[in-house]
Design a protein around this ligand. Sequence first.
Ligand SMILES: Cc1cc2nc3c(=O)[nH]c(=O)nc-3n(C[C@H](O)[C@H](O)[C@H](O)COP(=O)(O)OP(=O)(O)OC[C@H]3O[C@@H](n4cnc5c(N)ncnc54)[C@H](O)[C@@H]3O)c2cc1C
Length: 221
Amino acid sequence: MSSVTDREGVARLTRVVRPTDGAGLMPPPRPTTAKRDQPGSGSTLLPQTGVARLTPRARAAESAVREFRTVMGRFATGVTVVTTVEKDVVHGMTANGFLSVSLRPPLVLVSLGRCRMNEMLPRSGRYGVSVLAHDQQHFAAHFAAQKPSPTEPTFAWQEGLPLLDGALAHLGCRVVDVHRAGDHVLWIGEVEYIDHRDDEPLLFYTGRFGTMRDIADRIDK
Ligand SMILES: Cc1cc2nc3c(=O)[nH]c(=O)nc-3n(C[C@H](O)[C@H](O)[C@H](O)COP(=O)(O)OP(=O)(O)OC[C@H]3O[C@@H](n4cnc5c(N)ncnc54)[C@H](O)[C@@H]3O)c2cc1C
């Protein structure tokens, strides 16, 4: 199976979200004339087809990847399992690159690097997000392909989407927009289903899982 990379992959993703019932989901395609890349042609202001244009300064950040990860690791997050289904095959993966984008309409996004999920979403067009509870760390490690869970994950089905049982919150989303950004792809989903329960969340901080108390204890030491 080919992976979603480069220009061809972006073209494939773009086709998936190009609406059949109306225009405007994606920016207009880039002009194909060679002139556009010439200095002074104004090309930096042209809209991109979901492809982030890196500045020379952004490329220089390559040398500081470790520092970048360390800094971003100070942004404490929850942990989700993103799911989809294709031809009755359920697939899940752990992701903390998840955020709320818009209230009206309700939009969220998941940011995915090179992974199997990126290959399935152009075909399935829908994904579920399960926000993990404090006692679901084994599932977080399982769906990150780090360590198999001692218990088999089970899924609740809502409107044709699998959502991990026992999670704190569930969202069912339809892909409405896709953007490539550097080495990740941003999958914007319109939220079609939600539910939640109250419990303590699983957190991810400085590259480690923990509860709120675990993390507070770690900082105190
Ligand atoms: C805290 C944390 C946050 C992360 N955040 C992100 C992020 O935001 N973006 C990102 O791109 N990557 C993220 N990752 C990395 C990502 O989880 C891994 O790279 C993952 O392996 C990618 O999954 P995949 O789609 O390639 O599928 P695979 O690696 O093939 O599958 C993931 C695992 O889930 C199991 N699995 C899948 N479906 C099922 C099923 N139906 N039943 C039982 N088991 C199943 C597989 O056996 C495998 O062990 C994160 C990892 C961690 C630990």
